[in-house]
Design a protein around this ligand. Structure first.
Ligand code: C5P
Length: 233
């Protein structure tokens, strides 16, 4: 089986309060996108990498990935992303060679994801699950807010979903084709890929996620990530 990873890095990062796209922000001497790519490749299960990037920053991403000195044996392709994450993933999928049969989709913003978690996801796909998501338990009390106040939701069956998510390539292609009409509107587009497969009635399997795979979204998340890489150094 040949495994490709689509690394989504085409977001603006506006919630981070930075001028640069989030994936180009420095995190203890390496950019977010380079750390995310290194984590994927360190798993040893990824054969090629496609990175979705914002159109206006292609040169900067190419320079960052070259400077990042990734695995020489793993080809890296840059693709211009779309207006939504879903459209960016679809653009990445269109770049994959015909002989790829397993696809990982990963948020560059989850750049501290442990390589062992990447390997777990691929192992589950190899074991026959056609759509696989890493999940973690939720720790807060969760409520549904309605016109009459709040209703507490039973959290014991709820999980937060992370990336990388792993797929049989044919299934993921079909799920994205079915959802393509919604991809150009950020509000309508899906925020992950497994939900597109679930919408087709496909079962989605879970593996253990990891706290370190949190998504850097806010300035506080970035501060936490900087502390973690410093502790690791
Ligand atoms: O905005 P958010 O943090 O939810 O985005 C998740 C991931 O999707 C990020 O790594 C971001 O760069 C990527 N993305 C993308 N194309 C977009 C929007 C987000 O590749 N149009």
């Amino acid at each position: 089986m040949r495994v490709a990873a689509v690394l989504t890095a085409a977001g603006s990062g506006s919630r981070l309060g930075h001028e640069l796209p989030k994936a180009l922000v420095d995190l203890g001497g390496a950019t977010v996108v380079v750390r995310a790519a290194r984590g994927l490749l360190a798993s040893g299960v990824v054969d090629l990498l496609v990175v979705t990037v914002p159109a206006e920053h292609q040169g900067a991403f190419a320079a960052a990935l070259t400077a990042g000195e990734l695995e020489p044996d793993v080809p890296v392709t840059l693709v211009v992303g779309g207006a939504s994450r879903q459209a960016s993933v679809a653009a990445g999928l269109r770049e994959l060679p015909a002989d790829v049969d397993v696809v990982l989709v990963h948020d560059a913003a989850r750049c501290l994801t442990p390589p062992a978690m990447v390997a777990r996801v691929v192992a589950a796909v190899r074991a026959g699950h056609r759509a696989v998501v890493p999940t973690v338990a939720v720790t807060d009390t969760l409520v549904e807010v309605g016109p009459d106040g709040v209703r507490t939701v039973d959290r014991t069956t709820l999980r937060a979903v992370q990336t990388p998510q792993g797929f049989d390539r044919a299934l993921l292609d079909r799920a994205h084709r079915a959802a393509a009409d919604r991809a150009h509107d950020e509000r309508q587009a899906a925020t992950d890929d497994a939900s597109l497969c679930a919408a087709l009635g496909e079962p989605v399997a879970t593996v253990d996620g990891a706290d370190e795979a949190f998504k850097i979204t806010t300035a506080r998340d970035l501060a936490v990530a900087r502390t973690l890489v410093k502790e690791d150094a």
